[in-house]
Write a protein that binds this ligand. Structure first.
Ligand code: PLP
Length: 387
């Protein structure tokens, strides 16, 4: 699914040199690379504050702690996402409110958000799923109208940007009140272990969060709030600092691979290829994927198989040793940990359907035409009943 070994060769010398330096200086925690990477990322994103932390799940949790959300507060998020998003809501004794997603973009549905709002609602967590910016025009408008926080889960979307209706463009993760991202190795900007960060343009919130990540300390050994211990270590920061200047190239490679997949697969009547077109304000190219912008950075390239044969296709790809994944096979509202009598299965028609139709193909920065041709020709052979 991902090829991190080939990617490493391009940046190996730089990373090896920084690793030696860090080990010689023994500055493993909070060393200079952490501060340099933080500053570089602030500049890249055009955001005032990046607060590095230990992983993306912590980043989400800390963002919610920083906003001062209280037990019983309702937080709306998508039914179709990785469990980390809803897990931290539940861990903080907030009340998760799952809502359905859009069929064509897989992202949280603004109308469903609006329907789920109650007097207890305090925040919305849009996930830029698979690297595609959620509908931030509508989400920010709903938040403003109902006085809600927006916490962007940008774990899959780093480097992508959102095109507003008025023509303005901003990087995902800099639009809501606060955002969380992950530097897990397979993410679009990945380190060599775990890592994450929180972004915000709010000076007070940034100050609060900097204390929370460090045991609630604002002055040494003065613990003003209950915090956590969540740090990005120097070795990981050095990897990220070396990779960040390549992030746009990495994302371009992913988009190029996505266009090639779509070119090969878009004509099949039982395959729906991903689109950047619907509900977004940029020009999608002939394949339904923008040629000129980064509103979708393809953390995953995800097809819908609409003839009910997704699992059979998966078995066939397994038999041919072609890697693929099903993200996500079970909607969160049906997961044991998150099921709740408040939910009505009929309110999740799209997620229920997607969980049966989606399949993600290998996606990384090193895919070449030959590999894509091999993968797509096997998919078409199966879909055309030729195997
Ligand atoms: C990966 C991911 C996370 C969690 O990140 P970790 O660094 O693995 O903790 C959260 N949300 C989404 C949507 C993710 O894909």
């Amino acid at each position: 699914m991902v090829d991190l070994v080939s990617q490493r060769t391009r940046i190996q010398a730089e990373i090896d040199a920084s690793f030696s330096e860090i080990m010689n200086n023994a500055a493993f925690i909070n060393g200079p690379y952490v501060h340099q990477f933080q500053a570089d990322l602030e500049k890249y994103l055009n955001v005032k504050h990046v607060i590095p932390c230990a992983n993306g799940t912590d980043a989400l949790q800390i963002a919610m702690m920083g906003l001062g959300l209280k037990p019983g507060d309702e937080v709306i998020t998508a039914d179709f996402t990785f469990a980390a998003t809803v897990e931290v809501i539940a861990l903080l004794n907030l009340t998760p409110v799952l809502v359905d997603v859009e069929e064509d973009t897989f992202n949280i549905c603004p109308e469903a958000i609006e329907k789920a709002i109650t007097p207890k609602t305090k925040a919305i967590v849009p996930v830029h799923l698979f690297g595609h910016a959620a509908n931030m025009d509508d989400i920010m408008a709903i938040a403003k109208k109902h006085n809600l926080y927006v916490i962007e889960d940008n774990a899959q979307g780093i480097g992508s940007s959102y095109h507003y209706k008025d023509g303005k463009t901003e990087k995902t993760g800099t639009i809501g009140h606060v955002a969380a991202t992950s530097f897990f190795p397979s993410k679009n900007l990945g380190c060599y272990g775990d890592g994450g960060a929180i972004f915000t343009n709010d000076d007070d919130l940034a100050h609060t969060i900097r204390g929370i990540v460090n045991h609630g300390m604002y002055k040494r050994y003065h613990h003003d709030v209950v915090g956590v211990n969540s740090r990005l270590d120097s070795l990981q920061a050095a990897v990220l600092k070396a990779k960040l200047p390549h992030l746009d190239d990495y994302n371009n490679s992913r988009q190029k691979a996505a266009r090639a997949y779509t070119q090969a697969l878009k004509h099949h009547k039982d395959i729906v290829t991903p689109t950047t077109k619907t509900n977004r304000n940029c020009d999608a190219g002939e394949n339904g994927i923008c040629d000129t912008c980064t509103c979708h950075v393809f953390h995953q390239y995800t097809l819908r198989i609409t003839n009910g044969k997704r699992d059979e296709l998966s078995n066939y790809l397994n038999s041919q040793s072609i890697p693929h994944g099903v993200y996500y096979p079970i909607p969160l509202h049906l997961q044991k940990a998150y099921e709740d009598s408040r939910y009505n299965n009929d309110d999740f028609k799209v997620t229920n359907k997607l969980s049966e139709e989606v399949i993600s193909l290998p996606m990384h920065t090193e895919l070449d035409e030959e590999q894509i041709e091999f993968i797509t020709s096997h998919i078409l052979k199966f879909m055309n009943g030729e195997v």
